[in-house]
Design a protein around this ligand. Structure first.
Ligand code: VGL
Length: 202
């Protein structure tokens, strides 16, 4: 049984311009970014009203400097499974949090993928530091994570599977996730449910 007093955190995965309407834009990206923004505003208390107790909100950012074969070679078509168009290059517009999500709603950011493909937020570390997402969650005694973001079939999936493997209770809010392909998103949600994640479907 889930201990309702165990500590929660929210993980917001890769709500960045390139995944919303940039080089790797996803169909529901804008809606999902707006939906996450509205939900987080409620979690933190609208218009700065203090909320007595609320989960920490962590965000991950794909942050590529030279991720080698993760980007399709120039002149070649990406396969959209292992190779991708250039996206989320560190310190560019494409890597920034999209305008629909107020970045101040997020308490702490983790970067991933500087020199390699990194789908899972658990490959991330605090911007400019070595502390990993897992270390941060452990040091805040987090046991339950609720995961939302982009893309359902890649980074959300990988983050949720790593969270399950690390022993967290995992919830995924399907409507607040946007997929690269509709079918890929559906399969990922089913796979996560089969692996033990709780899927919030409405
Ligand atoms: C992602 C494809 C390539 C993601 C990252 O954030 O889901 N997808 N790199």
């Amino acid at each position: 049984m889930v201990n309702t007093h165990s500590k929660k955190a929210i993980i917001v995965v890769d709500v960045q311009n390139d995944f919303v309407d940039g080089s790797l834009g996803t169909a529901r990206g804008v809606d999902v970014a707006r939906g996450i923004n509205a939900w987080l505003r409620k979690v933190v208390g609208v218009d700065g009203e203090a909320v007595a107790s609320r989960p920490p909100i962590v965000g991950t950012l794909d942050w590529h400097i030279n991720p080698k074969g993760h980007f399709a070679p120039e002149g070649e078509e990406p396969d959209y499974k292992n190779t991708w168009p250039v996206h989320c290059v560190a310190d560019t517009h494409g890597a920034q949090v999209c305008a629909e999500l107020n970045p101040e709603l997020v308490d702490v950011w983790f970067h991933k993928g500087e020199y390699t493909a990194a789908y899972s937020g658990f490959e991330g570390h605090l911007a400019g530091e070595e502390q990993t997402l897992q270390q941060w969650l452990n040091s805040h005694e987090v046991e339950n994570v609720t995961i939302v973001g982009i893309a359902t079939d890649f980074c959300v999936r990988a983050t949720a599977l790593d969270a399950l493997n690390a022993g967290f209770h995992v919830r995924v809010i399907e409507q607040l996730c946007s997929a690269v392909t509709e079918q890929g998103g559906k399969s990922a949600i089913q796979e996560l449910e089969d692996a033990g994640a709780e899927i919030i479907r409405d």
